[in-house]
Design a protein. Structure first.
Length: 403
């Protein structure tokens, strides 16, 4: 067994990389209005570009996960940082639908995907002890939330101070900071026990085994809804705020509140995953979202309502990632976790595509997001229920079995 880098060096580096890639990506909804005004392409076209980005971000992760499982994560993360910076830097020069979709929806999203959950959590899981993986996943995930807390108000401030083009160029420079951080993962993989994965099992065989497991499909179904919910909000929350007659600063502040609240949510999910069944953590998270959306629809649309709504949503926002990744690892081991969790994230982002795109269609055709809110609430309730059948041993029983 090869020596591995100290635990905290890995998880802090992973959290920092995710802070940059997710913080930038989750703030792009703030550029919808400036892009629409500057290009004249229309709100549906800009929403479609971001919807493509939702799908590409998800599709890129199993692909980059397979590459990382074969050649190591460092090259993947570095390539991702370059792609993210390139896409952001060239988007301001795009005045056509094809150009906007390619650079904002494909290049930028693929770059962010190469430095995101499946690669980072998969790489960390293969380098640390099994009993520390749940909290490590939560800590790395919290980095993404902190990035949203930082980059949402920063992006809004930059748009106001130097314009949206210079703001994107500044974010491109920030993306390059992930390159040196990725070196924390340069050590070779240690060879831990691989959960339920059979020794010598090939990647193709492992994928086939996973897709024959109903529990894996339940995770995909729940994560689809998670993607729909998050993509709809990050893309169209600024538009909802504007419809309510509130200033743009309210949407930026709300996104920041979601980010800071999700730090607590992610760390809490990672901590709870060490002693509680992760499927029940997911059940309560999705159920809470459904109740929060229902409460939002009933309350007056003031800045305080948006801030309270953001705080509640933030506790569950991307806190679904640690228990979902943890369940994939429990079911199939960590040898191909980057690939298998990447495929789950693809389902997440198929949902994200529909959340971003249908939101644009809804506002164009009806002048409001009401039907999107109703759909979001119903899907969140369904996601809570679909996690119940997942087969999962209690952590104490799993620990005894491994002993």
């Amino acid at each position: 067994m090869t020596a591995v880098r100290p635990y905290w060096s890995l998880v802090i580096a992973g959290a920092a990389i995710l802070a940059v890639t997710m913080g930038i990506r989750q703030s792009l909804g703030l550029f919808v209005s400036p892009l629409n005004t500057a290009t004249g392409l229309g709100i549906v076209t800009v929403s479609f570009a971001l919807a493509v980005g939702q799908f590409v971000w998800g599709a890129a992760q199993p692909v980059f996960g397979m590459i990382a499982d074969r050649v190591g994560p460092v090259r993947v993360m570095m390539a991702g940082g370059v792609l993210l910076a390139l896409g952001l830097a060239l988007t301001p020069f795009m005045g056509s639908t094809l150009g906007l979709v390619f650079f904002l929806g494909v290049v930028t999203a693929a770059g962010a995907g190469a430095g995101s959950f499946s690669i980072l959590i998969g790489a960390a899981a293969n380098r640390i002890a099994p009993e520390r993986r749940a909290f490590a996943s939560g800590f790395i995930n919290a980095g993404g939330s902190f990035g949203q807390f930082v980059f949402a108000p920063l992006s809004q401030a930059l748009i106001g101070l130097v314009g949206w083009m210079a703001a994107l160029w500044t974010l491109a420079c920030a993306a390059l900071a992930t390159l040196p951080m990725s070196l924390a993962f340069r050590e070779r993989r240690e060879e831990p026990a691989h959960g339920h994965a059979a020794p010598g099992l090939t990647l193709a065989a492992q994928i086939g085994q996973a897709f024959r497991d109903p529990s894996y499909w339940c995770l995909h179904a729940g994560f689809f809804t998670c993607g729909f919910h998050i993509a709809f909000l990050v893309t169209h929350l600024p538009g909802e705020v504007d419809l309510c007659g509130l200033p743009a600063s309210v949407s930026a502040a709300s996104l920041a509140i979601i980010g800071i609240a999700n730090i607590a949510g992610s760390l809490g999910a990672g901590w709870l995953g060490q002693s509680h069944r992760m499927k029940w953590i997911l059940f309560w998270m999705y159920g809470t979202r459904a109740l929060a959306v229902g409460a939002y629809l009933l309350l007056p649309k003031t800045a305080e309502t948006f801030y309270a709504f953001a705080a509640v949503l933030g506790l569950t926002w991307l806190a679904t990632v640690p228990p979902t990744a943890g369940l994939v690892g429990k079911l199939f081991g960590t040898r191909f976790l980057a690939t298998l969790f990447g495929l789950t994230l693809l389902s997440h982002q198929i949902g994200g595509f529909f959340g971003a795109w249908l939101g644009g269609l809804a506002i164009q055709r009806t002048g409001s997001y009401d039907w999107m809110w109703y759909a979001d609430m119903a899907l969140a309730a369904a996601a809570a229920v679909v996690n119940i059948p997942i087969r999962e041993a209690h952590p104490r029983l799993a620990a005894k079995a491994a002993a």
